[in-house]
Design a protein around this ligand. Structure first.
Ligand SMILES: Nc1ncnc2c1ncn2[C@@H]1O[C@H](COP(=O)(O)OP(=O)(O)OP(=O)(O)O)[C@@H](O)[C@H]1O
Ligand SMILES: [Mg+2]
Length: 309
């Protein structure tokens, strides 16, 4: 059974001349126990998409289903106890303490873990008795996280869970997320942090201007982008003669070859160097990184016109 299904979904704000489609035909599925990451530039439509999955807004067009056949808006009462959500902008009751806030939430949640355990897992044990209004930005995010995960939800939505957290907080959060995944939770998270996506996600999508510009595993996504070979060589090396299919550039004593055929170009280059007795100083061969794929997509500046029908 598909745990999360999103099929040609559109989200539109405003109407008439002011209409703006923030999500434009997005489709993906997440299987039970998988972690799917939505990466994207600011304003790409990540929060707008997640809100439709959380049942906070209905799609303008298209279909969203959770747990096989439940509609997030129509079946909200059934879905609510089985899901957890960490919104990008949560709100708290300012004068309650951290522990009181989590306790209040736990009482509303079926099968909640003990409050003390929830606080410890989110790294807030030492802040239990502090009024929420006096928590730091990162500590508030941790409390958000504790609330979203206290019920060990079957599906968990995390909208930028680690934004504003320090390195230790990020790692604690990743550990908590992995732990929930090991216990069977299906997780959808949005992030700007490529390392976060790369280290946590089974599959991910890169969104840009309302569309999904790429979707798959990290390996599948970077496969569509060019790889790089590089080495240092003195100016006497005839770089015009290199037997490679890629584009060759030389700068500050280093030669860079950008290629779609990493393995065969590397083989040809090394064979050529061996034959000519040329030393390729600090030779490297590497596929495109997720960061390069992301930046290439983010730099696409096409603006699609608003649909009028
Ligand atoms: N209520 C609204 N009315 C009009 N436009 C909106 C509204 N909410 C969001 N938008 C627009 O929709 C687009 C997508 O916004 P969204 O919040 O989904 O982006 P995001 O990918 O979550 O960005 P970020 O990484 O900054 O959180 C943005 O251009 C935003 O300005
Ligand atoms: Mg957002």
């Amino acid at each position: 059974m598909t745990q999360i299904l999103v099929e040609d979904v559109w989200r539109r704000y405003g109407s008439g001349k002011r209409a703006f489609s923030a999500v434009r035909g997005v489709s993906f599925t997440v299987q039970p126990g998988q972690l799917f990451a939505l990466l994207g530039t600011n304003g790409a439509g990540k929060t707008s998409t997640v809100e439709m999955l959380e049942g906070l807004a209905a799609p303008y067009r298209g279909k969203v289903r959770l747990f096989g056949d439940l509609d997030p808006v129509a079946d909200r009462a059934k879905i609510r106890p089985r899901t957890g959500a960490m919104l990008q902008e949560g709100g708290f009751i300012a004068h309650l303490t951290t522990a009181e806030t989590l306790r209040m939430w736990a009482e509303l949640t079926t099968g909640a873990r003990p409050v003390d355990e929830g606080l410890e897992l989110a790294g807030l044990g030492h802040r239990a008795d502090v009024a929420v209004q006096n928590l730091s930005g990162g500590e508030k995010r941790r409390l958000d996280l504790a609330m979203a995960t206290i019920g060990r939800p079957e599906i968990l939505f995390l909208d930028e869970p680690t934004t504003g957290m320090d390195a230790e907080g990020r790692h604690a959060t990743w550990k908590l997320i992995r732990g929930l995944q090991e216990q069977g939770s299906t997780i959808l998270l949005t992030t700007h942090n490529l390392e976060e996506a790369e280290s946590l996600a089974d599959r991910l999508a890169i969104m840009h201007r309302g569309r999904m510009a790429a979707c798959g595993t990290v390996t599948e996504i970077v496969a569509d982008h060019l790889s790089t070979l590089s080495f240092g060589a003195d100016p006497s090396v005839p770089i015009g003669d290199l037997p490679v299919a890629g584009t060759v550039e030389q700068q500050a004593g280093r030669v860079t070859i950008t290629t779609g055929e990493l393995q065969s170009d590397a083989t040809r280059l090394l064979t050529w160097a061996a034959g000519k007795d040329v030393v390729l100083d600090r030779f490297t061969a590497r596929p495109a990184s997720l960061e390069e794929a992301f930046i290439r997509i983010a730099n696409t500046t096409d603006v699609e016109p608003e649909e009028t029908k």
